[in-house]
Design a protein around this ligand. Structure first.
Ligand code: UT7
Length: 309
């Protein structure tokens, strides 16, 4: 019995904020942001709520999976910007979808949230507790950013991505996963007392490259797969320099590493499902391919998922 991705969807706010727009808000430049991060623009939600963005992405994924919301057993939503303290945003999305009879909850693992959620979905499917699971990564980070702090406000964006996974009898499967948490490193990336994102960027950069390299090697080894057998790496989109350093350390050519950070910035838990959706739509992922996903973020949390699409 395997876990197969049968649908993906995204929602990206229409409103675009470019680096040139940011030059008018804080003391920064397109040149600094581009060379240090790879980001050119990001989407900023206006009237869209996180529930709305997540629901739109979910509807597209369900359409593609050819499933009705009632056929779902479980909804897991990863976010660090939930709509309310409670109920969970997963419950609000469940209501919007009219997904009667499902089990729904949020998980909080910051930028690693989507791969944490996918790992949980895989466990539910493999234990026989669920057949069809909707996994969403959604963020409205524009509400968690201090727009006076140039060291963070240029980095983040809003959006949502969703996947539907199901129990499969064919070769498609999640082959290996590994997740980590280390709360003693919280200071490197956390929310302050006002709820604003604070980051020690330079230190975090080094931890990000090292932790993702190690965990990628670990899942590859677990599955008995060599790095050169991987068709596409879909890393969390936090900084193109982190992505390039990771590719180099894993000895995977740049053409096999998906990058869309230039368009959306860092969308935290939404970044991997948005990238996966785009990679599939652009024909960079075919059935049977080996896909390696990895992320690192607040917690600190990190992990990797190796799957046969
Ligand atoms: O999603 C979770 C995971 N996230 C990450 O892993 C992020 C990891 N860190 C990074 O991506 C990078 O460290 C940043 C993009 C956050 C920062 O890049 P950096 O090359 O590490 O720059 P820095 O923090 O060392 O700052 C260099 C200089 C500083 O000036 P001085 O001290 O050298 O005079 C900053 O004040 O750049 C200055 N600076 C800026 N200048 C123009 C910081 N932010 C800006 C800005 N515009 N927006």
């Amino acid at each position: 019995m395997g876990t197969k991705i049968i649908g993906t969807g995204v929602y990206l706010p229409k409103n675009v904020l470019t680096n040139f727009d940011l030059e008018k808000i804080v003391d920064t430049s397109d040149e600094w942001i581009t060379t240090r991060t790879g980001i050119k623009e990001r989407r900023i939600a206006k009237e869209e709520t996180i529930t709305y963005m997540a629901t739109q992405a979910a509807k597209e994924a369900l359409r593609e999976a050819n499933l009705s919301p009632e056929e779902l057993d479980l909804i897991i939503l990863a976010t660090l910007t939930p709509q309310k303290r409670f109920p969970s945003t997963a419950c609000l999305v469940q209501a919007q979808l009219k997904a009667k009879g499902v089990y729904a909850f949020d998980i909080s693992a910051a930028c690693s949230g989507f791969i944490y959620a996918l790992d949980i979905a895989d466990s539910f499917i493999k234990s026989g507790k669920a057949k069809n699971v909707l996994v969403i990564g959604a963020e409205k980070l524009s509400e968690a950013v201090d727009w006076e702090d140039r060291s963070t406000c240029v980095l983040f964006g809003d959006g949502a991505g969703a996947v539907v996974v199901t129990r499969s009898e064919d070769k498609s499967d999640i082959l290996a996963t590994r997740m980590y948490a280390e709360g003693s490193l919280e200071e490197l990336l956390h929310a302050d007392n006002c709820g604003y994102i604070r980051m020690k960027g330079r230190e975090l950069f080094k931890v990000a490259v090292r932790s993702m390299e190690e965990v990628c090697r670990e899942v590859l080894e677990k599955a008995g797969v060599k790095p050169e057998e991987v068709s596409l790496v879909i890393p969390h989109q936090a900084n193109v320099r982190i992505i390039n350093a990771l590719a180099e350390k894993l000895n995977i050519p740049k053409e096999k590493v998906f990058v869309n950070i230039q368009k959306y910035g860092n969308t935290s838990a939404a970044s991997i499902p948005i990238a996966l959706h785009e990679a599939i739509k652009e024909g960079k992922v075919k059935r049977g391919d080996l896909i390696l996903m990895t992320a690192m973020g607040g917690g600190l949390t990190w992990g990797a998922v190796l799957l046969r699409y």
